[in-house]
Design a protein around this ligand. Structure first.
Ligand SMILES: *Cc1c(COP(=O)(O)O)cnc(C)c1O
Length: 363
């Protein structure tokens, strides 16, 4: 992994000519000089641009796979599902996973004749996948942080004749490697930690089967769900510091999770890094880090909202993975969690300043 991370930083170096800009130029051109149609690296910006190519090269190094970029995480998820499913086939989805994936599947795949089956993430450990064409999973689940064994699910899904798609957003390729564990496709929202500054939407699909990836690429070109150049450029910049940001975020989350778990105001705490968390043993085996997300349950909705209101270092927003720590009471969206459940995303603030503010707000 160390080698891959260094290569991400230097992926343009070998191709630089004397006088070339060292940092990636932002190319906004939609058309490319095309005196004849043979052999041009770029033709028209819906097919590809130098800025996408650069960010896809970084992501391909991180994933050790082919990568196709999309304008958002949902853009990537839609592409993976529409590229792999046909009428009459079945997809299995996590009932406790990212809710937009479920709404998309029910609203658009089901009316086209796809059988959409939802089961809780923990049930993937024992589910019978026979009859499924696609088994779609998300681990750790968002926001409950339940973890399921990717290699085991892949083995059973493949034996049943299904392919496996893993939403790897919460871990990133630095902390969890679903393709190495047998998954066919990875989907991810780079909007979160990879872009990392809460200012760009982006997503990608990664895979090692060229035929599957060609279909994903065709979906992008034909549906027109293409990333913007500016967003690709921002993600390229964000990826250069992803490792150092994650190091701070995860180290701080580990410190804060221990202190929250011991705090009298906290009714329940989920963080895969805590030795007594139900997901700890599997997380240790399957992940290369425990992440920066913490699930904390306070007494009730009022206490939770008051905590968020009073903590100046927690942005009250619905995303995660940014430089700023953030918190949100998830029941306000109808997630199946207690009213006082708060999803915390730990950012890059110095940990004692952040903890001081959180402790004060809890008091
Ligand atoms: C945010 C998120 C998505 C969707 O990403 P967008 O860029 O907002 O479309 C998908 N899956 C998970 C787990 C997410 O957290």
């Amino acid at each position: 992994m160390q080698r891959r991370l260094a290569d991400v930083l230097h992926h343009r170096s070998a191709g630089l000519e004397k006088g070339d800009p060292v940092s990636l130029p932002l190319t906004t051109s939609t058309s490319f000089h095309l005196p004849d149609v043979q052999g041009a690296p770029y033709i028209y910006a819906r097919n590809g641009t130098p800025t996408w190519a650069a960010v896809e090269a970084q992501l391909a190094l991180l994933e050790d796979a082919e990568v196709v970029g999309f304008p958002s995480g949902m853009g990537a998820i839609s592409a993976a599902l529409f590229a792999t499913l046909k009428a009459g086939q079945r997809v299995v989805l996590p009932s406790d996973g990212y809710y937009v994936t479920r709404v998309l599947s029910e609203g658009f795949l089901a009316p086209l004749g796809v059988d959409v089956v939802q089961i809780p993430t923990l049930d993937y450990a024992t589910a019978d996948f026979s009859g499924a064409a696609v088994v779609y999973m998300e681990t750790p689940s968002n926001p409950g942080l339940d973890v399921v064994d990717i290699a085991d699910v892949c083995a059973r899904a493949h034996a049943a004749g299904a392919i496996v798609i893993v939403d790897n957003t919460t871990m990133t390729p630095l902390m969890q490697r679903p393709l190495d564990l047998g998954a066919d496709l990875v989907v991810a929202a780079d909007t979160k930690a990879p872009a990392g500054h809460s200012d760009a939407l982006f997503g990608h699909v990664a895979g090692r089967n060229s035929a599957q990836m060609a279909r994903v690429r065709d979906w992008r070109r034909l549906s027109g769900a293409v990333p913007g150049s500016m967003e690709a450029w921002l993600l390229h910049r964000g990826l250069e510091t992803l490792e150092v940001r994650l190091e701070r975020m995860c180290a701080s989350a580990a410190v804060i999770a221990v202190r929250l778990a011991e705090h009298e105001a906290v009714r329940a705490l989920r963080y895969p890094g805590l030795p007594d968390d139900p997901a700890h043993a599997l997380s240790r085996r399957q992940m290369q880090g425990f992440g920066f997300l913490i699930g904390m349950t306070l007494e009730n909705a009022t206490v939770a909202e008051r905590f968020l209101e009073r903590c100046p270092y927690l942005v009250r927003s619905t995303s995660f993975g940014g430089t700023h720590s953030a918190g949100e009471r998830r029941a306000r969206w109808g997630d199946a969690v207690p009213e006082g459940f708060v999803r915390l995303s730990i950012g890059v603030e110095p940990v004692e300043a952040l903890w001081g503010a959180m402790a004060e707000a809890l008091r």
